[in-house]
Design a protein around this ligand. Structure first.
Ligand SMILES: *[C@@H]1O[C@H](CO)[C@@H](O)[C@H](O)[C@H]1NC(C)=O
Ligand SMILES: *[C@@H]1O[C@H](CO)[C@@H](O)[C@H](O)[C@H]1NC(C)=O
Length: 637
């Protein structure tokens, strides 16, 4: 009965999770559907069409990979000259801002100068509208926006801090681009600005920008941080941007190659499209509005031809609340944008495996092929477009499309979870849980009556006995109780969170210069601390104390205990301990000598650990003696 109930609860939870994190590329009438005119419908003309480019996370660096900037210069000349976008959005982390050892962080002027020199030398700002915004790396170690260290103000193209609304005017409509700037002010050094924060007044400003953009044909929002790494007051950043067709961001790169595609859709239909980095992957994105149908393709630098099928667009990335999707049914032509440095040889189109013919060039990059969309008005269909240039390079793009409103396709669960979960919330819950579990164990075993040792000493009995010994010995009980409480409440370290500006780091946030940034990544660091140090150390000391009570001393236990048990235990603890030692070094490198010395949870804990381990083998308390006697009596009886 209990099993069935548990199963049902688990199934319901899973279903909820799936539903929440795996939104379908459809047409929920959550937002009051705007009524769209069926005209103008896509045909064989070049009007009602423009495209733009996004690139993110350049990380131009003084110390590493100079080809990041040389390739970027080529991007600003060759790529931009071939694609000729109406505008370019650079979504943050223009510079790397890491010190030579790759651990510390600081604004490095020559990185900014390199960036600006590329913009000037390539004259890219004369060729297109260039909008570059700050990322977390561009705000490391900046005490205030007015600081000279805020090089963004001096060397970027846009130069204005904060959120803004830019309108791209065309003869066929208005297109809004709203930047949400969630970078921290002042900007702590790494790693404590991995999450962005928007306060109430910044949210109000964004709501204003959202309402300003209401009468535009489309609104695109963009920022550096995915919405899952922005802390914002209720109703939350996703709610404020619900009238946007898409939110474009960077920041996650490809999660070290694990997540090459991070796309999803909010519950109101707004697409969230994270773009892989320029830094290591040389990614960029081309986006188009074709008769107000939105489409995009994520591509690699110098991988030609670049191909974007704008009509029929992919069903997965559609939102009836934001786009006039019925125009696909009214279109007369399949429309494709194809770009290459060499002339295009052919653009072959097939649907459901049947070759329909070659699309022909109208002008510029636009290729069209006459079709009758009514033949595909039911169910899903697969369009396949192959473009080859005269140099023999070819690219194939394919995607499912559909014209019925009541179909559904789902985004993958994992990318959706990464982009839609409010990570700063679950890390809090998990951190609180692991701390509470450890404290509860300590307290229970301190006040639980002594166990009877009748019968054979099973593994479970040994474990419980060792917990009794540890919790009932004052030194260890208070050590672990204080360690747990201190991890949760105390300052982990105090030091220059920003050069010249004192601050303190807690599990629940960072204080610097009178500003409090609520915790996010700090909770994650806290979870790692508890799971990989506090709890293992407690388990290790339980084990040591149990051996003591069996009559061993440090020297003899290596002979009495099976070595294949003892050696891995000591090695594991040594490894975890050396990780703790390394984190002291990390602290020294990132926040300097003061933080290194004023760090109860880093440097001090290293010393205290050595002390308690030493005491576990040498101490001679009455509690321990009574356990020794009890175990001896049990063994002899
Ligand atoms: C943009 O919106 C205006 C006003 O609603 C409309 O007249 C125009 O046709 C739209 N442009 C496109 C390409 O649909
Ligand atoms: C919100 O943040 C902005 C920018 O950091 C700051 O100027 C403003 O004072 C803050 N407002 C509140 C209510 O904290």
């Amino acid at each position: 009965m209990l099993k069935v109930a548990a199963g049902l609860v688990a199934a319901a939870l899973a279903a909820l999770l799936l539903d929440w994190y795996s939104p379908s590329g459809l047409r929920r009438p959550v937002l009051q559907a705007r009524s769209f005119a069926p005209e103008p419908a896509p045909g064989n003309e070049t009007n009602n069409l423009f495209w733009l480019v996004q690139v993110s996370d350049l990380h131009i660096s003084k110390f590493r990979d100079p080809s990041r900037s040389t390739d970027f210069e080529k991007f600003c000349t060759e790529t931009i000259d071939i694609i000729q976008p109406a505008l370019v959005l650079v979504t943050g982390d223009l510079t790397d801002a890491k010190t030579k050892d790759n651990i510390g962080s600081d604004q490095i002027e020559v990185e900014w100068q390199t960036y600006q020199t590329i913009l000037k030398r390539t004259k890219v700002m004369e060729k297109t509208k260039w909008i570059d915004i700050k990322g977390n790396h561009d705000s490391f170690n900046i005490p205030s926006l007015n600081s000279v260290k805020n090089y963004y103000r001096k060397y970027s193209a846009w130069r204005k801090d904060g959120s803004f609304h830019y309108i791209h005017h065309t003869s066929f409509g208005k297109y809004s681009f709203v930047c949400a700037d969630a970078t921290l002010i002042p900007g702590p050094k790494r790693p404590y600005n991995f999450f962005g924060i928007l306060n109430a007044s910044q949210m109000e400003e964004l709501s204003l920008l959202a309402s300003e953009s209401q009468d535009s044909n489309h609104t695109i929002w963009f920022g550096h941080y995915p919405t899952s790494t922005i802390i914002s007051p209720s109703p939350g950043i996703r709610m404020v941007m619900r009238s946007a067709t898409a939110y474009l961001c960077g920041h996650f790169h490809t999660l070290g190659g694990l997540m090459p595609v991070l796309h999803t859709q909010h519950h109101h239909g707004t697409l969230e499209l994270e773009l892989g980095d320029w830094k290591d992957n040389r990614k960029f994105r081309i986006l188009a509005f074709d008769h107000d149908l939105f489409s995009f393709a994520d591509v690699n630098f110098e991988k030609w031809p670049v191909v974007l099928v704008t009509c029929p667009k992919p069903f997965l990335y559609s939102s009836s609340a934001h786009e006039p999707l019925q125009r696909i049914l009214h279109s007369t032509h399949i429309r494709i944008l194809a770009f290459s440095p060499s002339p295009i040889k052919f653009v072959k189109v097939s649907i459901d495996g049947i070759h329909l013919g070659d699309a022909l060039q109208v002008s510029g990059p636009l290729y069209v092929l006459k079709w009758s969309p009514q033949s595909y008005s039911h169910g899903f269909h697969q369009i396949n477009v192959t473009v080859q240039d005269v140099s023999g390079n070819s690219t194939t793009q394919h995607h499912p499309f559909a014209m019925e409103e009541n179909l559904s396709l789902k985004f993958d669960l994992l990318p959706s979870w990464i982009l839609l979960a409010d990570h700063y919330i679950w890390v809090r819950v998990v951190f609180a849980l692991v701390v509470i579990i450890q404290v509860v164990f300590l307290i229970i075993f301190r006040y639980l009556g002594r166990p009877s040792l009748k019968g054979p000493l099973t593994r479970a009995k040994q474990t419980s006995l060792s917990l009794h010994i540890l919790s009932k010995t004052n030194l260890f009980f208070y050590f672990f109780l204080l360690l747990s409480l201190y991890t949760a409440l105390g300052p982990w370290f105090i030091g220059e969170i920003i050069d010249g500006h004192m601050g303190a780091c807690f599990s629940f946030g960072v204080i610097v210069d009178g500003h409090f940034f609520q915790g996010s990544i700090t909770f994650l660091v806290g979870i790692l601390q508890v799971m990989f140090f506090n709890i293992p150390l407690m388990a290790y000391l339980c084990w040591c104390l149990f051996l003591r009570c069996q009559g061993n001393c440090f020297g003899s236990h290596l002979y009495n205990v099976k070595r294949r048990h003892a050696v891995p235990v000591h090695l594991t603890m040594a490894l975890l301990f050396s990780w703790q030692v390394y984190s002291c070094f990390f602290l020294l490198q990132t926040y300097g000598a003061l933080a290194f010395f004023l760090s109860p949870l880093r440097t001090w804990i290293v010393g205290l650990t050595l002390f308690v381990v030493h005491r576990s083998w040498t101490m001679n308390s009455s509690t321990l003696r009574t356990f020794i006697v009890q175990i001896k009596n049990n063994q002899s009886s």
